[in-house]
Design a protein around this ligand. Structure first.
Ligand SMILES: [Zn+2]
Length: 428
């Protein structure tokens, strides 16, 4: 039986280069659990279920005697990096053995040099240590457990079995950042059973065998297998970015360290752009957007009123002897569009069709009749234009990307003589 892989990251989370012996190398017969872009920066789409690399080459699972690669475990994504300069596409752990997946075989018994990508590893350390501080504070103050944790390449989420008010979240966030400013040393050690029995610590699952305990004095004691920063100051900043109700509790999103800085930059750029567009100070941007929305709402009301008056006039001007109507209008507010077609249908005994829009933007249409079923005509429209929509025998509505000429031809081919101002004026 193969010995458990020695986890070099347990002793030194800051080392990035290591040497190891290859214990086994197996051709992989199943696909990776995750798209390869999850670990590699060059994001190609991975086709699942082929058991091959994006390059089309076969994949190999390598087991080493020792490794610095942290596998995907406890909700945290795996480290990225290389073995003898060949990229590692995934790292998984099962029964104490850490498997490194790559598209190059390595001979068992040979020596390899491993290199992990420091920037994403360090970022993970910042996020994970930040999570411990926050979860420890929550546990101590509210008694809630962290029942779910995800540390992906973009998002960090913590699920708690209880609810927080926005004020409570802000308070926890402040206390967590105080813990960072205190720059407390973080300790990680495997503890013997007799010590564990006497120790109060957070633990998500029932653990057997030696247990690694990560301690942030005054804030958290928790069983954990992941690399952490040496001192809380290295986390830099903890920011709660979202909180939603989730499975009878709450899911909190956080950003720490480099990711918090990146998030701040993005938000400042967005807010600066909004404030420039609105000629408002940053801190008054939301008020300015609110005013803009109110103005927009009022303008829409004015447009509706003007369009309604205009359509009423047009409906009045339709000749009393018009049998069927096919009319085109520029874009109409949907309420006005409906009102117009209803006015026409009340006046004209045949079929009334109003197409609103343009050849370039496409048309939204309403077809109504007070005397006949408009659906057979609509079926032809949908089939021949093409158009999409639906409705009742009295009225159908929908949209099409056909040109005005195509609409005329289609209506002509139905053998119904259409009249009406717009139709007459604008037909060739
Ligand atoms: Zn942990």
């Amino acid at each position: 039986m193969m010995p458990n892989t020695i986890k070099l990251y347990d002793n030194d989370a800051y080392q990035t280069h290591f040497c190891a012996s290859v214990l086994s190398c197996e051709l992989r017969d199943k696909p990776l659990d995750k798209p390869q872009s999850h670990l590699q920066s060059q994001s190609q789409c991975h086709s699942p279920n082929d058991g091959k690399a994006d390059s089309g080459k076969p994949l190999y699972d390598i087991i080493l005697d020792q490794t610095l690669f942290f596998p995907e475990e406890g909700g945290q994504n795996a480290d990225s990096g290389s073995l003898n300069s060949h990229p590692i596409l995934d790292v998984q752990i099962k029964d104490g053995l850490i498997r490194h997946t790559t598209d190059v075989p390595f001979s068992p018994g040979s020596q390899v040099e491993g290199q992990i990508d420091w920037q994403p590893r360090y970022s993970n350390m910042q996020q994970h240590s930040g999570e411990h501080i926050l979860s420890g504070l929550v546990h101590a103050r509210f008694g809630y457990d962290n029942v779910g944790f995800h540390l992906g390449i973009k998002n960090v989420t913590l699920d708690f079995n209880g609810f927080f008010t926005p004020e409570q979240l802000e308070q926890i966030e402040s206390l967590a950042n105080e813990a960072i400013w205190k720059n407390i040393a973080i300790d990680a050690a495997y503890l013997p059973k007799e010590q564990l029995d006497a120790l109060e610590y957070r633990s998500k699952i029932e653990l057997t065998g030696p247990v690694r305990i990560v301690t942030i004095p005054g804030y958290d004691v928790c069983a954990c297998c992941a690399p952490h920063v040496k001192r809380t100051g290295e986390i830099g900043l903890i920011k709660i970015t979202d909180a939603i109700k989730y499975k009878g509790g709450m899911r909190i999103s956080i950003q720490c360290g480099d990711r918090a800085l990146e998030d701040y930059r993005m938000k400042q750029q967005q807010l600066s752009a909004v404030s420039v567009l609105l000629s408002a100070k940053l801190e008054a941007a939301a008020d300015a957007v609110g005013r803009l929305k109110d103005e927009n709402f009022a303008l829409k009301g004015q447009i509706m009123a003007l369009q309604t008056a205009l359509m009423e006039q047009k409906a009045n001007a339709v000749p009393a002897d018009a049998a069927n109507l096919l009319l085109f209008e520029p874009r109409l507010e949907s309420g006005v569009h409906k009102k117009y077609v209803n006015l026409l249908a009340a006046k004209c005994p045949g079929i009334c069709a109003v197409f609103a829009g343009s050849d370039r933007e496409g048309y939204r249409y309403l077809i109504a009749s007070s005397s006949q079923d408009v659906r057979p005509l609509h079926d032809r429209l949908k089939k021949e234009l093409p158009a999409k929509g639906g409705g009742s025998k009295e009225m159908v509505q929908g949209s099409c990307s056909a040109s005005r000429e195509q609409v005329y031809s289609l209506f002509d081919s139905c053998g119904i003589p259409f009249t009406g101002q717009a139709a007459k004026d604008q037909r060739p």
